[in-house]
Structure formats: structure tokens, C-alpha cells
Design a protein around this ligand. Structure first.
Ligand code: TYD
Ligand code: MG
Length: 420
């Protein structure tokens, strides 16, 4: 308190209502790949830093090369800094790609940070890709490339030149299978936008989403398919997954929402007697812990015991759905697989569709965007989803047990001749 008397008297600042504040309009460079532009929020912002994370082999180099190829064809100045592959390897990839003009992309194969920064100063491209942030190193720092200190230094130095010269930079970063963006996670606060590229390497589908976006929403989802000539956009992924759904025991369609985009995906389960203790729990595209929870609730509250069986659950196509709304799909798929009875939807010959979270006491809980999910199911001719009642007095199952009887009763109704 005593020091207060000697404190400097400040100048009063006049507040301005938010309405009168000018917002700066961000200029954008649309890339021309719709699924990518949408996730970015309309294109790349000059002077901004985008981190593109994903596991090795997922297609980061392919996507960034395609992006630069499109931009180059539109007369935008590009630069590809390859710190992982030789220029010849980059060329071989570019030769496979269709769309844009990938062979006109200027490339440097360089791993020294000082060299990269100096090159950016001289070349002054509009858009630059650095592949990858973990293989560039700042010599003066010492230590192996890819360490936390190194990637931070690389990102900070690149950011300085990007801002000063108005270069949009895409930093490619490797994420391990376990999802620890070993290097890149520590960069999240340095970059303007973090994109995550996901999927199973040996499957064809890839999803792209923004985990952080200073210039757009984090609600968009881009879907691609890896083909022999690069990544192909899949603007209507729901249609593909629904048409591919099997209608066999163990299969159900999940009306998922990724961000705010509805997406119908097929969830499949296989339950088979096990000789292992503990039995196998294999899950692809969903959270392992949610599977454990759903199996426990199935056993305890719905009399579907699978304790002695191997359980495999898979989201078809290699898509990841990390949302609580997937619980009911897992439960229905597993129950259908365990009973060997297919679920069938409201519409004969069409797959059953569902969504909903499952609570520990066996209750069904509503999840976000119920109308969007329902509308997407209707759009693809699946009828009404099996989903938690929207509120007290509303129609729909309130518990997992009720959802199961609804799912199997539906079948009995649509195939009465076969009922015993
Ligand atoms: P890549 O972009 O090199 O992955 P990342 O940079 O994320 O490590 O490509 C991943 C895989 O995709 C690679 O195994 C080969 C395959 N691929 C195709 O199937 N079609 C193509 O047109 C290209 C360029 C790659
Ligand atoms: Mg690569």
C-alpha cells in the first residue's frame, strides 16, 4: 500500500462500444480444393501460419503438394521446402497428381532453419509449405531436430518472416499414432490454425478438421479419398457410406456430427467366443474407453453379456468419429452381432440408423444437433433414427434397453412372416 502514493498517474482511456470497432477484413487465397478451403474458412490468409498434423503416410505431403499445384496454376507464387525427401522424390509424387500444375512448384530440399528463412526472404513466395517442421533444425540451438526446443524455434523464426513478408506458411507436422503431436502440440499457440489429417493409413478415406482456427470455425470437416492420382474430394461422404452399408448382423449406420457437419457412417461389430483372458477388445475409428463403457452397460442393463467374447468394432472406411453420440451405434452393433440378428431400419431394405449417448445407469442421453442428424438420415432415405427422447414426454427410447427393443422390434414388424 505504501508504494501506492508514488505510483504513476495513468491517462484514462476511452472505451469504444464493440459496434463501433472496425474489424479487419482478412484477405484470403482460395486454394481451389473445396474440402480444404472450407476447413480453412475460405482459403489461406497471407502472413498466417497453418500447422498440418497427421500420422506418417496419411497424405500430408500429397495434400500440400496438390494445394501448391493449384495455387501455382492460378499464378500464385509458391515454394515447397522439403526437409524430409529429396527434390527428386517430391517430383515423383507431383507427377502422379492430377489438377493444378504441380510440376511448376519451385522446390528446395533444405533442413537448415537459417537457410530456409534466408530463402523465404529472397524468394518471397505468397504461399510456402515446410515439410516437415520436425526435420528442420536451428543449428545454434544444438540438439536433434524434432525436439520441443527445436520445433518451437523453427516455428517462431518462420512466423517472423511470414508476418514480415506476408507469406502464408503451412508447416507439416507428424503426429504419432497415439495422437501425441510430439512436436506440433507445443506449437498450437504459435500458429494461427491447426489442421488435423486423420484416417487409417491402409484405408481409403481421410478426414481433415481444424482443431484451432483464428480465421474461421473449427466446425468443418473435409473428407478425401486417397486414389492413385492423389487425394480426391468426397463432398457427399454420407451417400457413399450408406450405400456401402451391409444390412448384416452387427451393422448399423451412425448419424454422426463432426463439428456441425452431419455425416452418416457405418459402424460394424463382430462378437466371437474367445479363448483369451481377458478377451480381445479391438476398436477402429472410435474411442477405446467408450467401447469398454458401452460393453459394461450392455451387460449390466441390457442383458447382452459379452464378457467371454472377443469384440471388434469398426467404423467403415477408416473414418474417426470421436463423439458421445456414437455410443448407441456401438451398443446396437454389438448387440446385433452377439444375437446374430440384423437390425433393420424404419424403411425396409435400408440400414437402421441411430445416435445417442449412453449413461452409466443405462439411460440414453440426448446429444447435440439432433435435428441435423435426423435430417441427414431422412435425406438418404433411412427414415427416423433410433435416438434418445428429446425430453420428458417426447417419443423415443429413454434407456438402452428400450432402444434395443425398438431396434429389434422394428425388424419383427418389417418381416412378420419370419417371426416365430
Ligand atoms: P504422403 O503424402 O507421402 O504421406 P505423408 O506426407 O503424410 O507421410 O503419402 C502417403 C501415402 O499415400 C503413400 O504411402 C503413397 C500414397 N499415395 C497414393 O496412394 N496416391 C498418390 O497419388 C500419392 C501421391 C500417394
Ligand atoms: Mg510427407
Amino acid at each position: 500500500m505504501g508504494g501506492g502514493e508514488r505510483a504513476r498517474t495513468g491517462r484514462a482511456v476511452v472505451p469504444v462500444s464493440l459496434r463501433e470497432i472496425e474489424t479487419e477484413r482478412v484477405a484470403r487465397l482460395p486454394i481451389g480444393i473445396g474440402e480444404l478451403d472450407r476447413v480453412l474458412g475460405g482459403g489461406l490468409v497471407p502472413g498466417s501460419l497453418v500447422l498440418l498434423g497427421g500420422s506418417p503416410g496419411i497424405g500430408k505431403s500429397t495434400l500440400t503438394t496438390m494445394a501448391l499445384g493449384r495455387l501455382a496454376a492460378a499464378g500464385i507464387r509458391t515454394l515447397y521446402v522439403s526437409a524430409e525427401e529429396s527434390a527428386a522424390q517430391v517430383r515423383l509424387r507431383a507427377e502422379r497428381l492430377t489438377g493444378g500444375d504441380p510440376l511448376s512448384i519451385p522446390v528446395v530440399a533444405e533442413t537448415g532453419l537459417a537457410e530456409v528463412v534466408a530463402t523465404l526472404e529472397v524468394q518471397r513466395p505468397d504461399v510456402c509449405v515446410i515439410d516437415s517442421v520436425q526435420t528442420i533444425s536451428a543449428e545454434e540451438l544444438g540438439g536433434a531436430p524434432g525436439t520441443v526446443g527445436q520445433v518451437r524455434e523453427v516455428a517462431a523464426a518462420v512466423r517472423r518472416v511470414a508476418k514480415a513478408r506476408s507469406i502464408a506458411v503451412v508447416l507439416v507436422g507428424h503426429v504419432t499414432k497415439e495422437g501425441s503431436l510430439a512436436g506440433p502440440r507445443v506449437l498450437e499457440h504459435i500458429v494461427d490454425c491447426v489442421l488435423q489429417f486423420e484416417g487409417e493409413r491402409e484405408r481409403t478415406y481421410r478426414t481433415l478438421r481444424a482443431l484451432k482456427n483464428r480465421f474461421g470455425s473449427t466446425d468443418e470437416l473435409g473428407v478425401f479419398e486417397m486414389a492413385a492420382s492423389g487425394l480426391v474430394e468426397v463432398p457427399d461422404a454420407s451417400a457413399r457410406f450408406v450405400e456401402g452399408a451391409t444390412l448384416s448382423p452387427g451393422s448399423v449406420v451412425l448419424a454422426a456430427v463432426e463439428g456441425t457437419r452431419p455425416l452418416l457412417v457405418e459402424v460394424q461389430a463382430l462378437v466371437s467366443p474367445s479363448e483369451l483372458v481377458p478377451p480381445r477388445r479391438v476398436v477402429n475409428g472410435l474411442d477405446r474407453n467408450r467401447l469398454a463403457l458401452v460393453l459394461a452397460v450392455l451387460a449390466r442393463h441390457a442383458r447382452v453379456p459379452v464378457g467371454g467374447a472377443d469384440v471388434f468394432v469398426n467404423v467403415v472406411g477408416g473414418v474417426r468419429v470421436d463423439e458421445p453420440g456414437a455410443d448407441l451405434a456401438v451398443a446396437l452393433a454389438v448387440a446385433s452381432a452377439a444375437r446374430g440378428v440384423p437390425l433393420s431400419g424404419e424403411r425396409p431394405g435400408r440400414p437402421a440408423v441411430c445416435f445417442g449417448e449412453i449413461g452409466l445407469t443405462g439411460e440414453l442421453r440426448p446429444v447435440g444437433h439432433a435435428e441435423r442428424r435426423t435430417a441427414e438420415a431422412a435425406r438418404f432415405g433411412l427414415g427416423r433414427p433410433i435416438a434418445p427422447a428429446a425430453g420428458a414426454g417426447e417419443p423415443g427410447p429413454k434407456t438402452l434397453a428400450e432402444a434395443l427393443s425398438a431396434a429389434f422390434a422394428e425388424r419383427a414388424r418389417s418381416a412378420p412372416a419370419r417371426a416365430a
